[in-house]
Design a protein around this ligand. Sequence first.
Ligand SMILES: C[S@@+](CC[C@H](N)C(=O)[O-])C[C@H]1O[C@@H](n2cnc3c(N)ncnc32)[C@H](O)[C@@H]1O
Length: 331
Amino acid sequence: MSGDMDLLQTRGTAETVHVPVLFTEVMEALEPAAGKLLVDGTLGGGGHTRGLLERGAQVVGLDWDSRALVRCAPLVEEFGDRVHLVRAAYDTIAEVLAGPVLENEVSCGKRKVGELPPLVDGILLDLGFSSDQLDDPQRGLSYHFDGPLDMRLDSSVKKTAADVLNTVREEELADIFYVYGEEPKSRVLARAIVKQRKERPLETTKDLLAIVEQVYPPKLGLKRAHPAARIFQALRVAVNDEMDTLERALPDAAWCLKKGGVLAVISFQPLEERAVKAAFRRLCVDELDEIGRVKTPAKFKMGKKVMASDAELEANPRSRSAILRTLVRVG
Ligand SMILES: C[S@@+](CC[C@H](N)C(=O)[O-])C[C@H]1O[C@@H](n2cnc3c(N)ncnc32)[C@H](O)[C@@H]1O
């Protein structure tokens, strides 16, 4: 709790540099308005949450990263009891809505335990990391900056990226790069890392970049994304257990919707996108009992996928890989 108190004292001191992606499309999907209760499961810099609040909705905003809550604290001053900020992972939305999370609550107007209704009008998950996080060299998320190989969303995650690189078996490392980064040279990279760590453990983003560049010499003139992007992404996904969290969270979030409610998910990489599509498809299929009667008490319908407009792509290059998918509870 003392960490949270520190946060309260420093509230509002950090400004966000994150530009929310697919902003108009998210507003169209969630249709925020007075009387609606919405959840932003990934507060980040608070851009989407601000949009929802400005249109009159009540918002419960979650982020696992305490620094995101610090950034968003001014929203509480501005919108008062209509905004509730909670430090929590988005796979705990149902628990957060249901009740006592006050130990984790940084600031939340005057919510009392049990005051919020358990079903909501809409939920947003804008996956991945914010620009504030990606551009912070101390987090070690980007090969563009030199910094410690940390990559943890929060200090409660036990292993840093350096711990993973320096301790897991070669085969496991190769699997991380292959599965989470779709890296074609996963085995070669894993071998090079294991060879390097026998001499000296990897500590910084530059250490990892140097190995990637041994395997993919920059002189080969790769015009597309730097291969380090895939490697850094794969490692980040593994460190924070992002895929398991997402797969757990999607059905749980869907079950928190009222009839007519919308779950909107923005993904940024093919692995996430496939997981979202598959989970939504599963939710749209009725579950039958042993004699063929429909036993699913809710019905869902999937919307069309939406991508950034040319204007947004030009204004914010980080929107280029963003895909918005929606699931509506129709019955
Ligand atoms: C792309 S940013 C969201 C940006 C936000 N929509 C905005 O408009 O500023 C993603 C956020 O999700 C948070 N996040 C990632 N994984 C999470 C998880 N499992 N639970 C809660 N928050 C998470 C990150 O800390 C980050 O702040």
